[in-house]
Ligand binder design. Sequence first.
Ligand SMILES: [Zn+2]
Length: 62
Amino acid sequence: MSEQDTDAPGSAEPSHLTSTFERGSFCLARCSCGWSGPARRSRDLARTDAATHPQPSAAPAA
Ligand SMILES: [Zn+2]
């Protein structure tokens, strides 16, 4: 038997938990980081948006 890793102890980085939900005949994607994608007519497109959404990381500004 193998143990199941539920959480990574000591990791403080915010995880991007994306999910899709339907709104009318459109499908939208949103992430736990607060990001939300545009309304898509395809769930696959919405999921692609979620997978490639810009991640707001702490970029060292000049
Ligand atoms: Zn995110």
